[in-house]
Design a binder for this molecule. Structure first.
Ligand SMILES: Cc1cc2nc3c(=O)[nH]c(=O)nc-3n(C[C@H](O)[C@H](O)[C@H](O)COP(=O)(O)O)c2cc1C
Length: 251
């Protein structure tokens, strides 16, 4: 049978009945959503250490464990946020990135998905097309870690290759899923890599490491509309090819 919508598992993170059908791990994965408004409730250092120790069980090519992470809370977090916000609002668009997240030219189907995501987020925030100042303010919210009490900055050695970046991604995802198990939420933040020189200066990250990403971690503010935005996922049939899955051989 070809993969049709009829035998696809439809997962809806906003539907509690659906979440209730999932086991704990799957629920942690599905209930993770990029959170862009946090409560000031602190997160214990012990808990962050536990999450990171769990996340480090991520796989990595030949067990190289290439991830590096700097954790910020309290005054150092505030100082870094202040420095980046000052640069951002003074018109400094940041430093040239040594890596590219996106292609120069977007193309389908990614272009449409990216557009839908931007529109959905801004609609949730009540920002209309052309309201560039409000968009700028929202971008700046990245640099305060969306008010999360804890921030993380991830880096990898410059001489490592794309495989190690995959490993870092798995480590980051483990953090985000483990955080859910403790009632915490997160937002991965590539926006930080635009200000890697300020980050280096504040955190002592050496020149032989690339600042890849940031992450906000804390307790979500349930009253903020922005946290209700959950961009949809494409159906299984759009990305998974079951043509070569022989039912008889598999049972
Ligand atoms: C590596 C990475 C970097 C991201 N950087 C940012 C960022 O800088 N700012 C932001 O608001 N969201 C950022 N996001 C969140 C994405 O927009 C989000 O994952 C996507 O829209 C899907 O939504 P969901 O995470 O709520 O499922 C990032 C996500 C990833 C995986």
């Amino acid at each position: 049978m070809s993969s049709t919508a009829e035998n696809e598992e439809k997962i809806n993170p906003n539907d509690n009945d659906c979440l209730d059908t999932l086991n704990l791990v799957d629920r942690a994965i599905v209930s993770r959503g990029s959170t862009r408004a946090f409560l000031s409730t602190p997160v214990e250092r012990r808990l962050i250490k536990q999450i990171l120790s769990v996340a480090a069980w991520a796989p990595s090519g030949t067990n190289m464990q290439p991830w590096k992470v700097t954790i910020l809370a309290g005054k150092p977090r505030q100082r870094l946020s202040d420095a980046i916000c000052e640069a951002f609002f003074s018109g400094d668009n940041g430093d040239e990135r040594s890596w590219k997240y996106y292609p120069d030219e977007f193309f389908e189907p990614y272009k449409a998905r990216r557009r839908a995501c931007g529109i959905g987020l801004y609609q949730t925030l009540g920002i209309a097309k052309g309201e560039t100042e409000k968009m700028r303010q929202q971008r700046a919210r990245n640099y305060t870690f969306f008010d999360a009490p804890v921030g993380m900055i991830f880096s990898v050695h410059n001489d490592l290759e794309i495989g190690s970046w995959m490993d870092l991604g798995m480590f980051m995802q483990n953090i985000m899923v483990s955080a859910r198990g403790h009632g915490l939420h997160t937002c991965a933040q590539a926006a930080f890599s635009d200000y890697h020189n300020i980050i280096r200066e504040h955190l002592g990250i050496p020149d032989n490491e690339t600042v890849v990403c940031g992450m906000a971690i804390g307790y979500a503010d349930p009253k903020q509309e922005v946290n209700k935005y959950r961009p949809e996922r494409e159906p299984l049939s759009s990305f998974a090819n079951f043509e070569f899955y022989d039912e008889e051989a598999a049972v």
